[in-house]
Design a protein around this ligand. Structure first.
Ligand SMILES: [Zn+2]
Length: 229
C-alpha cells in the first residue's frame, strides 16, 4: 500500500513523460544508500520522471544542495551533498525538487523560497510525512515546519533534531561558553560573545574584528594560554 501510494503520487506529479531521462541509472541506484529505505521508491520515481540531471555531490561547506537551470543547454540540475544523514538528504533533495517544480510551473521570476516554492515543497513532502519514514520527533516537527516552510538550514530547530543522525558528533559553537576561544575549520580563531537568534557575535582574535558565527558551526576549542603567548 505504501509503495502504491508513493508511486501513484509520483506519477500524478509527472510533468512531461516525453522528456529524456537525464539522470543515470547508476546514480539512481546509489540513492538507495543515501535516503531512508522506505522513501527510496518515491524519490527514485520522482528523479527518473522529472527532466532533471541529479548529482550526488562531494560535501560542500557553503550549501547542502542546489538547483540550477542552464538556459543554454536547457538542463535542470540538482545536487545534494553525499555526507548528509538519510533524513537530511531526503529533506534537501525534496527542497531542491520543489525549486525545479516551481521553476517549471512559473516561468516568471519568483522569490526562491516564496509562496510558489512553499506550495511545491508541501506537495512533495505530503506523501512521505504520513508513512513512518521519519522518526516520530522529526515527523512531528516537520508537520509544523510544513505550515510555513523555510530553507531547511535556517530552521535551526529542525537541523538540531537531525544532528544526532549524523555520523560524527563534533563540538558545536553552541556547546561552548561566552568568552571561550575556538577555531573553525578555515583556521580562524575567535572568542565567543553573546547570542543572537541563530548566530553568536564573535571577535576574531588576530584582527579584533566582529563576526557573526552560526550556533551550529563545528568548532575546536583553543587553549587560551597558547593564544596569549
Ligand atoms: Zn532553496
Amino acid at each position: 500500500m505504501l509503495i502504491y501510494l508513493l508511486l501513484n503520487t509520483a506519477m500524478k506529479m509527472k510533468i512531461n513523460s516525453n522528456l529524456p531521462i537525464q539522470t543515470s541509472e547508476a546514480v539512481i541506484q546509489e540513492l538507495k544508500y543515501l535516503v531512508p529505505a522506505r522513501s527510496y521508491g518515491y524519490v527514485a520515481q520522482l528523479i527518473s520522471t522529472y527532466n532533471i540531471k541529479f548529482k550526488i555531490s562531494r560535501p560542500r561547506k557553503t550549501k547542502l544542495g542546489d538547483y540550477r537551470f542552464d538556459p543554454r543547454t536547457k538542463i535542470h540540475a540538482i545536487s545534494v551533498n553525499s555526507d548528509l544523514n538519510p533524513f537530511a538528504f531526503l529533506i534537501t533533495l525534496i527542497h531542491e525538487l520543489a525549486h525545479y517544480r516551481q521553476y517549471v510551473g512559473n516561468r516568471r521570476r519568483v522569490a526562491p523560497h516564496g509562496e510558489e516554492w512553499k506550495t511545491e515543497f508541501r506537495t512533495l513532502m505530503a506523501p512521505i510525512l504520513e508513512e513512518g519514514i521519519f522518526p516520530m520527533e522529526i515527523a512531528e516537527h516537520l508537520k509544523k515546519h510544513m505550515i510555513n516552510p523555510k530553507a531547511s538550514c535556517s530552521d535551526i530547530h529542525l537541523m538540531r533534531l537531525l544532528e544526532p543522525y549524523n555520523n560524527d558528533a563534533t563540538l558545536k559553537l553552541e556547546d561552548l561558553e561566552d568568552g571561550d576561544v575556538f577555531r573553525i575549520d578555515n583556521g580562524k580563531v575567535f572568542k565567543r560573545g553573546s547570542k543572537g537568534r541563530t548566530r553568536y557575535q564573535c571577535v576574531e582574535v588576530s584582527t579584533n574584528r566582529k563576526w557573526f558565527v552560526h550556533a551550529l558551526t563545528k568548532v575546536e576549542i583553543v587553549n587560551e594560554t597558547v593564544i596569549n603567548l
